[in-house]
Write a protein that binds this ligand. Structure first.
Ligand SMILES: *[C@@H]1O[C@H](CO)[C@@H](O)[C@H](O)[C@H]1NC(C)=O
Ligand SMILES: *[C@@H]1O[C@H](CO)[C@@H](O)[C@H](O)[C@H]1NC(C)=O
Length: 238
């Protein structure tokens, strides 16, 4: 698994509304393969079933199933503003799609707008994932990049402080730009992290703003433990 960059195209968003949610991105892990009828597969199926039931009520679920060497660990996280029913749909889509894309890999991770799902054969819970990450950005440039970049960093840093001071490890908010224009932001961590690791994770990806989204109207750094998104239009359900 490694870092990657992809574009956020208006076209992709259009397709998404027509055909239903499609994944933003996924990685299959190189931590090993299993074969058909391997005990790992039944453990994984059980784990994904548990995550499907556990995640929607609170927006987060995690756990492990089985015994070494067939033990599997996983988590699912829905975006902080997503309702239980949409969360359930997203976790279900994510499980199906990642098994389709990574049929014999012991690990995989997949992201949607509404959720993240991850599993692997090693205990990753409670640790910051620095490996799985991708960038998205709007192709459009802002007219005053220096000011805009500052404002973006300011908003996301404020949100990172807020998020890591709440049990939900999630925060969304906005900032006045100029003349009735606003900047909208969201940050979130997986809830297996401590509040201090959540802050550390967010602080790290906010530091990647210049590489990801310098002077862009919108952008995201999306990782396995934390992510942020900012746009010049509202995208969070109040
Ligand atoms: C796992 O399977 C893929 C193809 O599906 C193969 O390229 C890879 O070498 C395999 N890895 C191991 C560790 O066997
Ligand atoms: C944005 O700026 C970059 C770098 O200056 C340029 O290459 C790109 O074409 C611009 N994009 C648009 C949509 O104007």
């Amino acid at each position: 698994m490694s870092s990657f960059s992809i574009y956020l195209l208006t076209f992709a968003l259009l397709l998404q509304t027509i055909y239903g949610a499609s994944p933003l991105f996924y990685f299959c892990s190189s931590s090993g393969n299993f074969t058909a009828n391997d005990p790992y597969e039944s453990n994984l199926r059980k784990l994904l079933g548990n995550l499907y039931y556990q995640t929607p009520p609170q927006g987060f679920g995690f756990g492990s199933v089985g015994r070494y060497p067939y033990k599997t660990y996983g988590l699912a996280l829905c975006r902080g503003d997503v309702e239980a029913a949409d969360c359930r749909t997203c976790v279900n889509d994510a499980s199906t799609k990642i098994r389709e894309r990574c049929p014999y890999n012991k690990g995989g991770i997949i992201w949607y707008d509404n959720c993240l799902l991850k599993y692997i054969n090693t205990d990753f819970l409670g640790k910051i994932d620095n490996q799985n990450k991708f960038y998205m950005w709007n192709l459009r440039n802002v007219s005053k990049p220096t000011t805009f970049n500052q404002k973006t960093r300011e908003l996301l840093s404020l949100l990172a402080k807020d998020a890591s001071a709440t049990p939900k490890l999630y925060a969304a908010g906005e900032l006045e730009l100029e003349k009735s224009k606003k900047l909208y932001g969201l940050v979130q961590c997986t809830r297996d992290l401590s509040t201090s690791d959540c802050f550390k994770c967010l602080d790290g990806i906010i530091g990647e703003l210049p590489r990801c989204c310098d002077g862009k109207e919108g952008g995201r750094v999306v990782g396995g433990s934390c992510n942020f998104r900012y746009e010049i239009y509202p995208f969070v359900t109040a």
